[in-house]
Design a protein around this ligand. Sequence first.
Ligand code: AMP
Ligand code: MN
Ligand code: MN
Ligand code: MN
Length: 293
Amino acid sequence: MMDLHCHSTASDGVLTPTALVDRAAQLGIRLLSLTDHDTIEGLAEARRAAETLGVTLVNGIELSCTWGGVTIHVLGYGFQEQATALVEALDHLHSARWQRAELIGERLAAKGMSGAFEGARFIQQELGVSNNAPARPHFAEFLVQAGYVRDRNEAFRKWLGAGKLGDIKHHWPTLAQTVMTLKNAAAWISLAHPWQYALTGSKRRRLVADFVQSGGQALEVVNAWQPMEQIGVLARLTRDFNLLASAGSDFHAPGLWSELGLYRPLPEGVTPLWPYLEGYQQHHEPAFTDTSR
Ligand code: AMP
Ligand code: MN
Ligand code: MN
Ligand code: MN
């Protein structure tokens, strides 16, 4: 078993990197990539745990960016952590996320919901120590606990989801810049959950075309327990653009339909990305040279 998409307390997951890798090992996962949002803060701890448990850990990240006014997520795998382009991009994202969290707090306060920034930060720190800014799920939990909404779904639907006041994207780099950053760090690059964006079919196809043009190599054809019809469309896109296919649970917290390794199988007729990642681990041969130095 393997899982190429999950989150720890370094971003918006509820398990520390150690607890996450522990759980993966217990579930029989042999190849794991921790893909926290805009940070590699959890990787060192995850690697220490993976080494003692016999799990192969592939460097991973899920980067936030924008394309045509929409927030898009791009997955990077097997990259060189020290690559200048990546270090600089992550520095920038780190402070951008803090500014954004403060701005979300201000915008919620303007709507009569005060204390959100501090509240979200407190909820985040209860889960695990992190230098990173609280993320939207922490704000959602604050809104629930403060009684402003009934549940997290309502928090996203009313305040935090796409197009709402908490969906602040002017801090994010563009899709092209983000793919370039990852390329300069010798990463394998997959477009995360292409179905989750509010795009029509033809606009999604244009997104994939631009992603390929920028140097993207794979689509996340399977994200968690997503409907078969969507997987079929994404598999066709993968073939049309001659891309590799990745899959993962997008695990954030244990739940009824949320578990490490829990996602539909990749469909027939697509070429999986994961063998390239294992190859990377074994040979330590970068797929690209670092042109940023
Ligand atoms: P951020 O990185 O702060 O932009 O937060 C984005 C994260 O919020 C995503 O990775 C999901 O974990 C979560 N999220 C986004 N939209 C929703 C939604 N509609 N319902 C629940 N969680 C969501
Ligand atoms: Mn998330
Ligand atoms: Mn995502
Ligand atoms: Mn994710």
